[in-house]
Design a protein around this ligand. Structure first.
Ligand code: TRP
Length: 455
């Protein structure tokens, strides 16, 4: 009996000793690192092209403000209050009935990282190619060759090893340190590239397509839904990544300021990436390549462009390096959600948890490395549908169920934000749920459509 008591006390002491970020800036950079990734460049550019360019960008901004930021605040509040990863934090805020939602989060993390890492593997491959010899003239054929099969699997596994190693090192020494170095580097490279792109011949046309919305596209249901899903994916919402990072925060952090900084940085990077991609695409007349070839768009359009432009090899190398940096810091956050859950739920030590979770994800990813259609399908299921379901759960939990939500959000907040809190709750209660339910319905249809057309 006494032993049992000791065990409980030890367990409590362990949870008290939860790892924390070393500095406030460290948390912000890690969260920005999570948000900024392949989603901003690879996914943003092709979904924007599919959605009519500027109309999509417009919807993306509006939806980030209306539902993205409120849900980010909700996730961060639940994580900071619970000081636990998704499963435990949701149970603490809403009761045991919310545990299954936590499992949805963890499964979404597993599935997203499984294909995310395959794409990151392509990026590694392209970086080597750019640095060592430049790209072959037929970028489409090249992409077809390397995007699926044994080499894709190999690069995917290599990328997973790096991700596991960083997460093994823990919150401060691994995640925080990696993000603090890599995020500023990415930003500098990207701004440089945007300046370079503005000197290209087709730049004006590219900007026009990117920045002048047409109303008919804005009112299009699927465009609206895919802009919402992209906002979630890009901000790392709907599966507990922001929640988990916030669980490593000290109590009095100002969440509203952090959420604003993170969203702005994420949007900024996506926007600047568009300023790089669209001028290049229009300079070479590649618009159809981009909107038709979905997951491969960036990898087919850009290398071709880099191959045929002055200084293309240097610029191309830098571009893929920036992409790789974004991919690493995002992958860390996806793995961290799963690892933190295993640590919190099973009491495993970090190393073992990272190795086990990472290996499982690496194996799952082999399916996406084998066939880009499978990759596209898992992206439609986990990267869109599951995230929206997770977002709906979060809006309901914090908007209606969790009684201390308001107190938690007020902690550390500025007076101005306190005054604005009723608006945040209004959005969580009445704006987010109907919008997200529509998006869930539309994305469900999209999953069925993907299955029909690809298989
Ligand atoms: N936001 C990242 C990107 O844009 C990807 C990502 C990391 C993510 N963590 C996430 C997406 C959690 C959804 C949920 O590349």
């Amino acid at each position: 009996m006494a032993n049992f008591q000791q065990e409980i006390e030890k367990h409590q002491a362990d949870t008290m000793d939860r790892e924390v970020f070393g500095t406030r800036l460290g948390f912000v950079l890690a969260a920005v690192g999570s948000a900024v990734g392949l989603g901003n460049m690879w996914r943003f550019s092709y979904t924007a092209a599919e959605g009519g360019g500027a109309a999509f960008v417009f919807l993306y901004i509006v939806l980030t403000l209306l539902i993205g930021i409120p849900i980010m605040l909700a996730e961060m509040a639940a994580g900071r209050a619970g000081r636990l990863s998704p499963i435990g934090a949701l149970k603490k805020a809403g009761g045991p009935a919310w545990a299954p939602m936590g499992f949805v989060y963890v499964s979404a993390g597993l599935l997203i990282l499984s294909y995310y890492s395959v794409i990151a593997g392509w990026v590694v491959r392209y970086s080597f190619q750019a640095i060592t010899g430049g790209f072959p003239a037929d970028a489409g054929a090249y992409f077809g060759e390397i995007s699926a099969g044994p080499t894709a699997a190999l690069f995917h596994l290599g990328f997973m090893v790096v991700t596991i190693l960083i997460v093994t090192k823990g919150v401060e020494k691994g995640i925080e340190r990696a993000s603090s170095i890599m995020m500023p580097a990415l930003f500098v490279i990207l701004v440089g590239l945007a300046i370079w792109a503005s000197t290209l011949d087709g730049a004006g046309e590219g900007y026009a397509y990117y920045l002048t919305p047409s109303w008919s596209d804005i009112l299009d249901g699927p465009t609206f839904a895919s802009a919402a899903a992209q906002a979630f994916f890009s901000l790392s919402l709907g599966m507990g990544a922001m929640l988990t990072f916030a669980s490593y925060l000290s109590k009095d952090e100002n969440l509203n300021r952090e959420a604003a900084v993170i969203s702005l940085a994420d949007f900024g990077v996506a926007f600047i990436a568009g300023l790089v991609v669209f001028p290049i695409v229009f300079a070479l007349g590649l618009q159809n390549d981009v909107s038709e070839s979905t997951v491969g768009a960036l990898f087919i359009a850009l290398p071709g462009a880099f191959a045929s432009m002055p200084a293309g090899r240097i610029v191309g190398s830098l571009f893929f390096l920036a992409l790789l940096v974004g991919a690493v810091t995002s992958a860390i956050s996806l793995l961290e959600v799963v690892v933190a859950s295993v640590i919190d739920e099973f009491g495993w030590e970090r190393k073992k948890a990272a190795l086990a979770a990472g290996s499982l994800i690496a194996v799952l990813g082999l399916a996406s490395a084998w066939d880009t259609d499978i990759l596209g399908l898992i992206d439609a299921i986990a990267g869109e549908l599951l995230l929206m379901i997770g977002g709906l759960g979060m809006a309901i939990l914090v908007g209606y169920v969790w009684k201390d939500a308001r107190t938690e959000l007020e902690r550390g907040a500025t007076p101005l934000f306190r005054a604005l809190l009723p608006i945040v709750f209004f959005f969580l209660r009445f704006v987010a749920p109907p919008i997200v339910i529509f998006v869930i319905y539309d994305r469900l249809l999209n999953v069925l459509n993907v299955i029909q057309t690809s298989f």
